[in-house]
Write a protein that binds this ligand. Structure first.
Ligand code: FES
Length: 315
C-alpha cells in the first residue's frame, strides 16, 4: 500500500511528462509532513486530541519514511500539538519527498529520467511506468468529490491534504472546482468532526448540575504569589495557586495514585505531584507530563464573593 506522501506526489505528477505541477512549496511541505503523521496515526503509533499529539506506541513501523519522524516524536522531551509536529516535520519535507520518489521508482511505479539542457542544467523527470497507480489515486479522489457517498478515513485524509496544498486548483478545471468546492469543505469537516466527537466521547462534559461553586473558606486563605494553598469543602480537597496575582485551582489529589498535590512543586502555572512527578497545567487541568492527552484533572476558576472563596468548575 502506498503511503500518503507517495500518493500526494502521484497526485501532483503529470504522468506523461513526468513533471510536477507547480504547487507552493510550504503548503506542499506541510501536506507531505501531515501525510507522514497521518500514516503514523493509522499505524497506531501516535494519536491526537484537539490540543496535543502524543505517542501511543514507540515501536518502529519498519518503514523508513515514517520511522525517523516517529523517533523524533518519541525522543521529544516535551509534548506539542499536531500543528507543531506538522511544521517541525515539514522542515524536512525535502527528505520525505526524495525518499518517497525513490520508493515509487523502486516499486516500478515511476521511472527516473535525468536530462541536461543547454549542456549545463540538469532536470529530473519521473514519468509513470504504466500510469496505473497515479490513475487509481486520482480516481479515488474524484469519486470522493463527485459522489455523495461517505468516504473512508484514508480518502478523507488525502482530500484534506490535497486541499491544504491547493492541489484541487491544479487537478480540476474551473467548472469542476466550482462544483466540488462545497464537497471539499464537507469532507474536510468530517475529519475535524470525527476528532471532536472522539475527544468529547473520551472526556464527557461535566453535567451542568455539577458546575455549582464550592465555597472553600475565607479570602484570607488564598496563597501569596508563587505559593500554593490547600482548601476543602464537604470533605473534598482542592489546591489553589497564586501565579503572579492570578489564582488557579485544581482537585487536591493526584489523578495517578492520589498523592496530595499541595506537597508538590509549582512552576509557572504547572504543578508537579511529589510522588511520581505527574505535572498538571492548573489553568485547565491538562496532564502535561506524562503526555496522557485524554486525561486531565478537574480545574476551577477562583472567585471571591462576600469575602468567601468560591471554586467554579471550568468545564
Ligand atoms: S500519585 Fe501523583 S504522580 Fe503518582
Amino acid at each position: 500500500m502506498l503511503r500518503f506522501a507517495e500518493e500526494i506526489l502521484l497526485l501532483i505528477l503529470d504522468d506523461v511528462s513526468g513533471e510536477f505541477a507547480r504547487v507552493p512549496k510550504w503548503p506542499l511541505s506541510c501536506a507531505l509532513a501531515g501525510g507522514v503523521l497521518m500514516d503514523l496515526a493509522l499505524e497506531n503509533r501516535i494519536d491526537t486530541d484537539l490540543e496535543r499529539l502524543f505517542l501511543h506506541d514507540p515501536t518502529p513501523v519498519g518503514d523508513d519514511l515514517l520511522d525517523s519522524v516517529l523517533t523524533g516524536i518519541s525522543e521529544s522531551p516535551e509534548t506539542y500539538d499536531a500543528r507543531y509536529w506538522v511544521q517541525h516535520t515539514a522542515e524536512n519535507a525535502d527528505r520525505i519527498r526524495e525518499r518517497a520518489l525513490e520508493r515509487l521508482v523502486e516499486r516500478g511505479i515511476l521511472e527516473h529520467r535525468e536530462e541536461r539542457y543547454l549542456w549545463v542544467f540538469r532536470s529530473r523527470r519521473y514519468p509513470a511506468v504504466d500510469g496505473k497507480a497515479d490513475r487509481e489515486v486520482k480516481l479515488r479522489i474524484m469519486s470522493v468529490l463527485f459522489s455523495d457517498e461517505i468516504p473512508d478515513p484514508r480518502d478523507i485524509a488525502i482530500v484534506g491534504l490535497a486541499d491544504i496544498c491547493g492541489l484541487f486548483k491544479v487537478l480540476l478545471s474551473k467548472r469542476e472546482l466550482e462544483h466540488a468546492t462545497m464537497r471539499i469543505a464537507q469532507v474536510g469537516k468530517m475529519d475535524l468532526i470525527g476528532r471532536a466527537v472522539s475527544w468529547a466521547v473520551q472526556e464527557p462534559r461535566t453535567p451542568r448540575e455539577k458546575r455549582t461553586a464550592h465555597v472553600v473558606g475565607s479570602a484570607t486563605q488564598l496563597p501569596s504569589p508563587g505559593n500554593l494553598a490547600a482548601v476543602s469543602s464537604e470533605g473534598k480537597e482542592f489546591v489553589i495557586a497564586n501565579v503572579d496575582g492570578r489564582y488557579y485551582a485544581v482537585d487536591g489529589l493526584c489523578e495517578h495514585a492520589g498523592a496530595r498535590l499541595i506537597d508538590g512543586g509549582l512552576k509557572g502555572c504547572q504543578i508537579t505531584c511529589p510522588r511520581h512527578r505527574w505535572t498538571y497545567d492548573m489553568s485547565d487541568g491538562r496532564i502535561v507530563k506524562p503526555p496522557l492527552a485524554r486525561r486531565r484533572t478537574r480545574s476551577y476558576s477562583v472567585r471571591v464573593n462576600d469575602g468567601m472563596v468560591e471554586l467554579v468548575p471550568t468545564v
